[in-house]
Design a protein around this ligand. Sequence first.
Ligand code: NAP
Ligand code: MG
Length: 406
Amino acid sequence: MKKISMPNPIAELDGDEMTRIIWAMIKDELIKPFVELNTEYYDLSIQNRENTKDQVTVEAAEAIKRLKVGVKCATITPNLQRQQEYHLTKLWRSPNATIRAALDGTVFRAPILISKVKPVVSCWKRPITIARHAYGDIYRAVEYRVECPGKAELLFTDENGRELSRQTIFDFKGPGVLQAMHNRDDSILSFARCCFSYALDVKQDVWFSTKDTISKDYDQTFKLLFQKVFDEEYREAFEQAGLRYRYALIDDVAAKVIRSEGGIIWACKNYDGDVMSDLIAAASGSLPMMTSVLVSPDGCFEYEAAHGTVVDHYRRHLKGEKVSTNPLATIAAWAGALKKRGELDGNAELVSFAEKLGRAGIEVFEEGYLSEDLAALCDPTEFREMPDNERLMSLIREKLTEMMQG
Ligand code: NAP
Ligand code: MG
């Protein structure tokens, strides 16, 4: 078979532990036999972040901006325990946070659905994608624990020190608690643009929800800015694509999503998105099956699995045990990145390969060969085998070869 050419590279961000092993297997067994794989390689393993004082993460983010497409392996975000384990001089920042900030991006998360694992919500036929605004609100709030009677005020002074607003929040007669949070128009506008361009990319409707009936300035700002971006920049393209944008109250959308067939993008404020993405993942069947794409407002895409480095599998693997890790979300990340590269370059062969790569693993699972995490969830009559990582990769490779020949 002649290998598919790939004239332009993507940024490849390697990572840690079990997912680093799966990463190499995917490249060697599922991609390189079929494609002249062309990547700019960045080693984001915790050791190399330590050695480069995290400069490698900054360079990787720059590469995604330059090349427009990146694919990332799961990486360790160090805490104190990890600092000791890996002898780190510093608690390096989460690579995802660094990259997200550099790209000013929005994260879209969607589950991979397979018929062997029934979603808890039986009417869901297509994945529900959560878009989470990853700036501000309670994540950057200022808080104060009130211990005695007194008055809390919300005060705003302009840059010349002129008082523009002073409102009483509450007259405390006894102990209580206070919180002040903020958001920025430019961040909300970027978020809206990311949501609408991603919707056009994947051809799905966008639902945006807040609680503007209660939060008459704060949430109202989100609602108005979304509408403004939609009307001025995206309405025409949505109409041409036959797509819809709708705004509704969060409780209303929550109820509608439960009764929907799925296949929509649900854009959420920061906290709502935090909660809803875990809820959708769990209700869809399996946390390891969540995919994740970071999209910047100027059209850069970084694909990854939502899960982490699967450290317990790694520890078992180091002891010489055979493990059965779910590779589908990591394969989906590679498939997404190669497909996007193909689309941007008008490389139809690469697009077609990427689609087959994304499907091959799912088809193997559909035949009843399931990794450990799903084996337990599958109806026993439909279950065939729990292959270890080597065997699972070779089954997927066989399936992909068949698809490429047929
Ligand atoms: P995790 O790696 O996602 O694993 C949590 C649990 O989910 C695992 O113990 C495993 O359950 C199950 N699981 C996750 N992915 C799986 C897969 N592909 N196949 C089978 N089972 C899977 O999260 P964590 O243990 O909290 O974090 C480990 C490391 O990953 C941490 O250092 C963290 O900083 C990092 N992390 C990175 C990212 C990222 O780079 N995007 C995201 C999250 C966490 P069982 O043990 O029951 O099999
Ligand atoms: Mg969460």
